[in-house]
Ligand binder design. Sequence first.
Ligand SMILES: Cc1cc2nc3c(=O)[nH]c(=O)nc-3n(C[C@H](O)[C@H](O)[C@H](O)COP(=O)(O)OP(=O)(O)OC[C@H]3O[C@@H](n4cnc5c(N)ncnc54)[C@H](O)[C@@H]3O)c2cc1C
Ligand code: FES
Ligand code: FES
Length: 490
Amino acid sequence: MSSVSVNSELVFYINGKKIVEKNADPEEMLLAYLRRKVGLTGTKYGCGGGGCGACTVMVSRYDPIQETVLHWSVIACLQPICSLHGAAVVTVEGIGSTKTKLHPVQERIAKAHGSQCGFCTPGMVMSMYTLLRNNPQPTMEDIRETLGGNLCRCTGYRPIIDGFKTFCNTPISCQNGDGNGKCCMENSNSHNNESIISGELFSMDNVLPLDPTQDLIFPPELLIMGKKKAERLSFHGEKVRWISPADLKDLIKLKSEYPNAPLLIGNTTIGPKVNLKGTVHPLVIYGGSIPELRTIKWRNNGVTVGAGCSLSVLKDVLLQGIEELGPEKSRVYQALVQTLQSLASKQIRNMATIGGNILSANPKYDLSSILAAAECTLYIVSNDGAREICLSEEFFTDFGKTALRPDEILLAIEIPHSRPWEFVSAFRQAQRREFAFSIVNSGMKVAFRHDSNVVENLDIFYGGVGPTLVKARLTCKELMGSKWDEKLLV
Ligand SMILES: Cc1cc2nc3c(=O)[nH]c(=O)nc-3n(C[C@H](O)[C@H](O)[C@H](O)COP(=O)(O)OP(=O)(O)OC[C@H]3O[C@@H](n4cnc5c(N)ncnc54)[C@H](O)[C@@H]3O)c2cc1C
Ligand code: FES
Ligand code: FES
């Protein structure tokens, strides 16, 4: 008999209201739950696969590692309700309405004519709302990044951006000024007809100010829950059983008992297959609440990132590394950040994990080619103990398959600092610059003999050119010892 205590009651909040689900169905996604069960139909269904952003909502959780509440924009069509134990969900209905009072985000998108058919609007609003919860004075770049995963077929985006850029830390009297507080007519761009026309389309006089004190607070009950020792959660549906292990020890035990059950965390690889292709996993083990899978450790020669860290967390960690280590030591991190900026969307990056990206073993996914070029180490645990593998093309045995045994868990990935005379680059070619899978991606690292242009070591990896990651072995071997000059590059 299991010695861990098992709970089968799912507790979370929606728009400040407590939800207790005694029969949570592991197959149920938050979007369907909101629309069908709770009757909140503001959140829209567009694609069911994370590709449109119409279903964006905000999920807040207490993070015991950082000891604070974090707010994330997520895709409700890929968020299983069983993963929401202890979380607070806010939907477009929860922030304001025409019946009560609009939230400034809602008011400004409406005033700027940023809503036409309105289908994308709740998702746009919730992406922007989440940004403002985290950063009340965003830059234009923050807004652009935030809305990258919200598609609109009507407006051409311009009026949406015009409405939302009034939240930037600039005076809002003119929508087209360059941020120096002057009207565009006073600036050198006054000849720009587009600016003048757009400026006349709406007025932001008397708009509601952004007032964070009016936002829904994180429920105190969930704060207390988040600080308590976790227990195992188990939910049974008609076809699927879900187990959230109590801790890492419990997870290792479960994985050895049920090696074929997927270890679901972000659900961005598993979810689209379940939603759109009808794949059924009779048992799912959830890894999202295991702190060891989300731990970050800086070491002298690298950073160890928990496999369950989201790509957004990974990006923040790497940006911190770039700032602290300087350009030479952080070349791997710079290459990774460059790729992360165009990988998927903000909402997907908030959910998708680095471990899931590697272990999905989909050669179109971008990270493995860079991580392999950087000679990252994978830390693996199972009931048999721990082992380490250097990430290389041999780790990927077939499309969707790796050398990880089914009972094993990827605990963390060590990403090394760059050494002197080592240069790293990442490339991806996709149909769009952002929010499109790469057709081909590549990670390259060259190490030069000290103080020279002689190639001492070269690693070039390609994803998307076959069923698995490919190393350009012959090229690398051929170029070793050559001088890095025009002749080598053509
Ligand atoms: C709309 C959309 C756009 C995307 N665009 C891109 C893109 O441009 N570039 C790109 O690279 N990727 C892209 N992705 C893919 C995304 O990055 C991956 O799906 C994600 O990283 C997988 O992580 P996850 O936590 O969601 O995995 P899950 O779906 O939860 O799990 C995936 C698999 O990994 C296994 N697994 C996960 N973690 C562990 C672990 N620690 N130990 C053992 N097994 C584990 C699971 O068993 C499962 O088989 C996109 C995805 C979507 C939905
Ligand atoms: S419905 Fe398109 S991302 Fe969820
Ligand atoms: S307003 Fe119609 S999809 Fe954006």
